[in-house]
Design a protein around this ligand. Structure first.
Ligand code: AMP
Length: 521
């Protein structure tokens, strides 16, 4: 039996036919220190020679079964209630204990029930009343614990109750809600969730992101747009074209907020806030959600929120999901492939997401696994959008149970039945580690994460890994403790035992922009 490798063909061609590029090469043009993504939004006006994107995605299924398709909450769903919740800030509203207490209107409640929701998760119990009360919020909750519904439901409730203007075929659309997220796949997923909860109501969500023909997206927007989901580059592009006016905006949501405000995206977010018609923070509600919040990002985030915003923390800021069994395996650079093969022999057809650090590595590893007759596909920023979507679909359907990915797939993606995550390469910061392993163990299901630790390259993570493992009540290997100790001994670095929120406050500055470029057309 041979497995067609649906993975690397387009990747080797590179984006826009620019050839095959390594991690550093793709971020900076020769002789130029400006990452591509800083000007990507302006490409159509700036004489950028990259070919025009013509891809138009296939139409979405409209039937109820497809819209409401969902996977089941896992055995540990009820354990969410044991997680400690902390709300800081003045006069927080009371949490709700049941979905009924949320007081959703009939059409919204019908859609919530059709989505298989019976009880709210903690971030929903606290987040929904905070947002319904009109408060700004910075919310931090572990991966896979229902953050998307926590912000979508109270927003949709408000729009449904207040009523939205039918804006079909208006040349300029004026959405009441803008949601931004860092990757195309994630923003599309949020859009699909919004579409599900708004099904059969007058509220119309739309989505814009790179890699898809802009004209097509503008035509979609013109059919009516109350809730606009977008990645920053394409969003700014379409606002710049005068197709979107922000003067009616009531809600601005930043999902994966720490990433949206880090060094790569903060300028774009500030540009968005400075867009013509954007209501000042006093006149809109700003909602930020993530599973991680480095301290320096918390400070920037506060600039975007009203002074009386609430900080909602479910569990430990930046903590890993306890439903993921974490194993760290000591390897050498040359033993990784065999280790991976050994793991895949055991996992068989169970879905396994393998993370690597570079696009080149993603291509090589996926090609290697295919040669070894393991049905594998890959996703990274140099693949065409059509190929990225195909890869996800093949992974979701089980046609390719192994997906090799860069960090472009690290955040937010909610793929049913991902039983295993393998960090073939460890990321260079601990927050990415938390997000990556959070692709499994979602919604109360149990997952496994195996990470290859190469002492030659991963020493800097040893201390943060120990903290993450112990806070998630996982076994810490003795050799890892020794490794952390020897790194501290060598550098004189002393970990701040109590400061779980600040594993490594320099990580944002040190983070390569490689994966950030993935979000941009
Ligand atoms: P999220 O963290 O928003 O990506 O959600 C993770 C998964 O949990 C998604 O598949 C959601 O549809 C699902 N989910 C979220 N909230 C609930 C709930 N209250 N009951 C059942 N499933 C939920």
């Amino acid at each position: 039996m041979s497995f067609g490798f649906c993975g690397t063909g387009g990747g080797l061609r590179g984006r826009g036919g620019q050839g095959y590029r390594g991690k550093e090469e793709e971020v900076f043009d020769k002789g130029c220190n400006i990452p591509h993504h800083f000007y990507a939004g302006a490409r159509e006006d700036s004489g950028d020679k990259r070919p025009k994107v013509t891809y138009v995605p296939p139409p979405l299924p409209e039937d109820e079964d497809s819209v409401f398709t969902h996977y089941k909450a896992g055995v540990n769903f009820s354990k969410y209630d044991e997680i400690l919740v902390d709300v800081s800030g003045s006069n927080p509203p009371h949490a709700i204990m049941t979905l009924e207490e949320a007081g959703f209107c009939e059409s919204l409640m019908t859609n919530v029930v059709k989505s298989g929701y019976v009880t709210p998760t903690p971030v929903q119990k606290y987040g929904v009343p905070i947002i319904s009360a009109g408060r700004d919020v910075m919310a931090c909750a572990q991966t896979g614990s229902g953050k998307t519904a926590a912000f979508l439901l109270p927003i949709l409730q408000k729009l449904m109750v207040d009523g939205v203007a039918a804006s079909c075929f208006n040349e300029i659309q004026e959405p009441e809600v803008v949601i931004v997220a860092p990757t195309r796949e994630l923003i599309n997923q949020i859009f699909m969730e919004a579409r599900k909860f708004a099904f059969g109501t007058g509220v119309r969500p739309t989505v814009v992101y790179g890699g898809i023909n802009t004209g097509y997206q503008i035509r979609e927007i013109m059919k009516g747009c109350n809730l606009l989901c977008g990645t920053p580059g394409r969003l700014l592009d379409i606002i710049g074209k005068g197709k979107i006016k922000l003067s009616k905006l009531r809600y601005l949501v930043l999902d994966e907020a720490d990433r949206m405000l880090d060094m790569g995206f903060e300028p774009e977010m500030r540009k968005l806030l400075a867009s013509q018609g954007m209501p000042p923070k006093e006149e809109r509600q700003t909602l930020m959600f993530s599973a991680t919040y480095p301290e320096d990002i918390e400070r920037i985030a506060a600039d975007f929120l009203k002074p009386d915003y609430l900080f909602l923390v479910v569990g430990v800021v930046g903590g890993a999901c306890r439903d993921v069994e974490q194993t760290i395996v000591q390897v050498t650079r040359y033993s990784k492939r065999d280790e991976l093969k050994g793991i895949l022999e055991v996992t068989g057809t169970e879905r396994t997401l393998v993370f690597v650090e570079t696009k080149r590595q993603a291509d090589f590893l996926a090609a290697y696994l295919c040669q070894e007759k393991v049905p594998t596909t890959s996703i990274h920023g140099d693949r065409e959008q059509k190929e990225r979507e195909q890869a996800l679909q093949d992974f979701r359907s089980g046609k390719c149970p192994v997906l090799v990915a860069t960090s472009v797939a690290a955040r937010g993606l909610d793929i049913p039945d991902v039983q295993h995550v393998v960090n073939f390469d460890l990321p260079n910061n601990i927050d990415d580690y938390v997000h990556r392993i959070g692709r499994t163990g979602r919604c109360g299901n149990i997952g496994k994460a195996v990470s290859f630790y190469d002492p030659d390259t991963d020493g800097k993570l040893a201390d943060s890994l120990i903290k993450i493992l112990s806070k998630a009540q996982q076994e810490v290997p003795l050799w890892l403790e020794k490794a952390a100790f020897s790194v501290q001994g060598a550098t004189g670095f002393s970990p701040k035992a109590e400061a779980f929120t600040s594993f490594d406050s320099t990580k944002i500055e040190n983070q390569p922009a490689a994966q950030k470029e993935d979000e941009w057309e």
